[in-house]
Design a protein around this ligand. Structure first.
Ligand code: NAG
Ligand code: NAG
Ligand code: NAG
Ligand code: NAG
Length: 303
């Protein structure tokens, strides 16, 4: 109960704070808390030469977090995978941006980890053959034949392992995806364009109903709104934005535990360029048309 209230107060605190926060300031990420991360938190795995950062894009999914952290810590520990779990908590006022959170999380953790798991908070691996070992090639664990919900061949979301060199090679994920969906499809094209072979688990006898557990704290509506020219832009491959130009600020780091499982919450303010991606805040469009205002200058030209 104590941990619960601590987390709640942090999350609430930073949501409040963000309203007055100026995003014009230069972006200087703070270093992660060194002592904890340098060795990995799992002293018994010091022989392992690899270390994974579990990057979990996050906002308002408290019940899922409570279940995710202890479950994953124990699942990974059973595989002797040296890991640190990072909850990338988006605390700015913009729409959720899973891809930019992962880019930011990578930048903040890359010096102490040689691969990442991009991990949904609501998807728990149940089959112990799902290996989180160092990926020589990108490994899509939540394969279309195993994921409870998404079964199209090019699906690459849910849980993906990728090593540091490959993530840098493809310039991470596009920063243009505000709101729910499609950023993983664009990432699939990045991997293909870089001729990376995506591998999927082979020795799995379970199926779509019993390989993963899809947890839902409370049913939440997805933010599928499209505004400005979002629909058109986000259907195209993005050759410009990614890891190298993700703009963010770290509001704070909090090292915590749930049921003895350690993790770090990173409260992140993403920066949105309202000229290039005005759909990071669809409310602006409504108020602009209501009040005959164009607060953010001209819209990008439709192609
Ligand atoms: C299943 O496959 C993975 C990766 O291909 C491997 O690491 C794991 O040891 C295998 N599990 C068993 C029980 O063979
Ligand atoms: C991907 O697989 C192809 C065919 O098996 C192989 O020629 C190529 O070298 C592989 N690429 C990488 C990056 O491993
Ligand atoms: C795990 O993999 C082994 C072989 O690698 C296989 O015999 C076994 O059936 C697999 N178990 C599950 C639950 O997928
Ligand atoms: C936003 O993007 C435009 C177009 O790329 C660029 O000219 C401008 O400098 C950017 N604004 C900021 C504040 O980075």
């Amino acid at each position: 109960m104590f941990v619960i209230s601590v987390i709640l107060s942090i999350i609430v605190l930073h949501h409040d704070e963000c309203n007055s926060h100026s995003m014009a300031a230069p972006v200087v990420p703070l270093p992660p808390p060194k002592a904890l991360i340098e060795k990995g938190r799992n002293a018994k795995f010091t022989n392992s030469k690899h270390r994974m950062a579990v990057l979990v894009p996050y906002r308002d999914r408290f019940e899922e977090l409570m279940e995710f952290v202890p479950y994953m810590h124990s699942f990974l520990s059973n595989q002797y995978v040296n890991h640190n779990i990072f909850i990338l908590n988006q605390v700015d006022q913009y729409r959720f941006n899973r891809a930019s959170l992962i880019n930011a999380g990578f930048q903040l953790t890359k010096n102490n980890h040689d691969y990442i798991a991009m991990h949904d908070v609501d998807l728990l691996p149940m089959n112990t053959n799902l290996s989180y070992a160092y990926p020589e090639n990108p490994v899509h664990l939540a394969a279309p034949t195993l994921h409870p919900r998404y079964h199209y061949e090019k699906f690459i979301g849910g849980i993906l392992l990728i090593n540091k060199e490959h993530f840098e090679l493809v310039n991470g994920l596009s920063n243009k995806y505000w709101g729910w969906g499609l950023e993983d499809d664009e990432f699939y094209v990045r991997l293909k364009d870089a001729h990376l072979n995506i591998t999927r688990p082979q020795n799995i006898t379970t199926g779509t109903s019993d390989t993963f557990r899809h947890i839902h704290g409370t049913q939440r509506k997805r933010d599928t709104v499209k505004c400005y020219n979002q629909r058109e832009v986000t259907r195209r491959r993005d050759r410009n934005t990614g890891l190298h130009d993700v703009k963010f600020e770290v509001a704070s780091y909090k090292n915590m535990e749930i049921e003895g499982a350690p993790f770090t919450v990173i409260n992140i303010h993403l920066y949105c360029n309202l000229t290039t991606t005005p759909w990071c805040d669809c409310k602006q469009q409504k108020s602009a048309s209501n009040k005959q205002l164009q607060p953010h200058g001209k819209l990008p030209k439709a192609k």
